[in-house]
Design a protein. Structure first.
Ligand SMILES: Nc1ncnc2c1ncn2[C@@H]1O[C@H](COP(=O)(O)OP(=O)(O)O)[C@@H](O)[C@H]1O
Ligand SMILES: [Mg+2]
Length: 397
């Protein structure tokens, strides 16, 4: 609030003006100008735009109203207070409609003027702080991508670890990978990291953490991704509530471009919360009959939970080499479009066992290229089309 608000008095009657000025100055208020209606008011306002216009409003009120409207154009940040000998509701309403923020009845009393002026300035200040506060709010929030599936052994962790890695490789993004597998928690093994702190430790300290300090609890992997592992012992999940999950995912999303979340092949309240917080759900199915049957149930469950369909992308992962079904059959049975397909590659198993994502171990393998394409598509980038041969022989296609 301006410590010493500056005021211009607008009144066609010079005697009334000097009375008003006397009241203001006796209240230690600063009058920086005084004027008649119309051009004179506009000229004075242009010379010295004030915080407040004190505008007299007598019959006929048309000139006063016109003047208020003109002053608003000249000094839009200044507030208008009308003062008048007319005490009827109609006059007050007309002044307010014209843009006056307060209405005082003549004769002006110092305490009324002071209250009106400081009341308006305080309101302005509150509004300014509110707008500033809103501007300082973290508007940026990364994309939460959850790899979900109806059962285990279909390649969810393989996809989550490789997708997170491919996102860093292809887009240089800031990526957090969270192991939300409440049963087995394989991310640490597949990424070959030691679990010193897990999501359970983060949950315990969640009230002290913010989007920066939570990063200290993540394992910085040599691929560039930051990993929040599952607890070593699954019983530790018992201490985690949906509120913990909400806060953890929210803080991670505030500090990363992408948060990739791996899940178990089961459904519980932690997973329900995770799905709710996700911007994209990658629903993984393998090509065997039981997986497709379970995926149909998962799709039904997501629909029942009102998860919007555009959030759910179906991924067919050829985790086994058998090929009795075709992808068209999968789409027909599930009545759902397959968005991405991951080919079978026997190198996946060995890469997983070595703790090196296949997109790192064999970046030009078809499976790596499929995952990288998916990472690019999620980032809204064109596909990385170059394979090993193209890179090796230059521009050959
Ligand atoms: N595209 C693939 N090609 C070959 N093997 C795969 C593929 N995807 C997954 N696998 C293998 O399938 C098994 C299960 O994968 P995993 O990612 O642990 O599944 P989930 O997390 O769903 O339990 C692992 O042995 C993995 O190496
Ligand atoms: Mg898994």
């Amino acid at each position: 609030m301006p410590r010493n608000p500056e005021i211009i008095i607008v009144d066609p009657d010079p005697d009334a003006r000097s009375d008003a000025k006397h009241v203001l100055t006796s209240s230690q208020l600063t009058v920086v100008g005084e004027a008649d209606y119309g051009i004179e008011a506009v000229t004075v306002a242009r010379e010295h735009p004030p915080d407040i216009f004190l505008v007299s409003m007598e019959e006929p009120v048309v000139r006063a109203i016109r003047t208020i409207q003109m002053l608003e154009g000249i000094a839009p940040k200044a507030a208008v207070i009308a003062y008048s000998s007319l005490a009827d509701a109609g006059s007050v309403r007309r002044a307010m409609v014209a843009g006056a923020r307060d209405y005082l009845i003549k004769p002006l009393k110092p305490e009324d003027v002071t209250r009106a002026i400081y009341g308006i300035l305080e309101q302005e200040e509150r509004r300014r702080l509110q707008l500033e506060g809103e501007a300082n709010e973290p508007v940026a929030r990364g994309t939460v991508v959850t790899v979900f599936g109806a059962k285990g052994g279909i390649g969810k962790t393989t996809i989550a670890t490789n997708l997170a890695t491919a996102m860093v490789q292809a887009t240089n993004a800031n990526v957090a990978l969270v192991d939300m597998d409440t049963r087995f928690g394989d991310v640490a093994i597949m990424m070959d990291i030691a679990v010193e702190r897990s999501i359970a430790d983060v949950a315990r300290r969640i009230d002290e953490l913010n989007r920066e300090s939570i990063k200290d609890s993540l394992v910085r992997h040599h691929t560039g991704i930051s990993i929040l592992p599952a607890p070593l012992h699954p019983t530790e999940w018992r201490d985690l509530t949906p509120q913990h999950i909400e806060k953890i995912v929210d803080l991670l999303a505030q500090g990363h471009d992408y948060v990739v979340i791996d899940t178990p092949g089961t459904f519980n309240e932690i997973i329900a919360t995770t799905l709710e917080l996700s911007d994209i759900i990658l629903l993984v199915t393998s090509m065997d009959i039981t997986s497709i049957k379970d995926t149909a149930l998962a799709l039904e469950m997501l629909r029942t939970a009102d998860v919007p369909e555009e959030k759910v992308k179906l991924i067919v992962n050829h985790s086994t080499s058998s090929n009795s079904l075709r992808e068209e059959d999968v789409e027909r049975v599930l009545e759902y479009t397959v968005t991405w397909r991951i080919p079978h590659d026997y190198n996946v198993a060995s890469a997983n066992q070595l703790g090196v994502p296949i997109v790192v171990a064999k970046p030009y393998a078809r499976v790596s290229r499929a995952v990288t394409d998916m990472a690019c598509a999620l980032a809204g980038l064109p596909r990385e089309r170059k394979g090993f041969l193209e890179r090796f022989v230059g521009r050959a296609s």
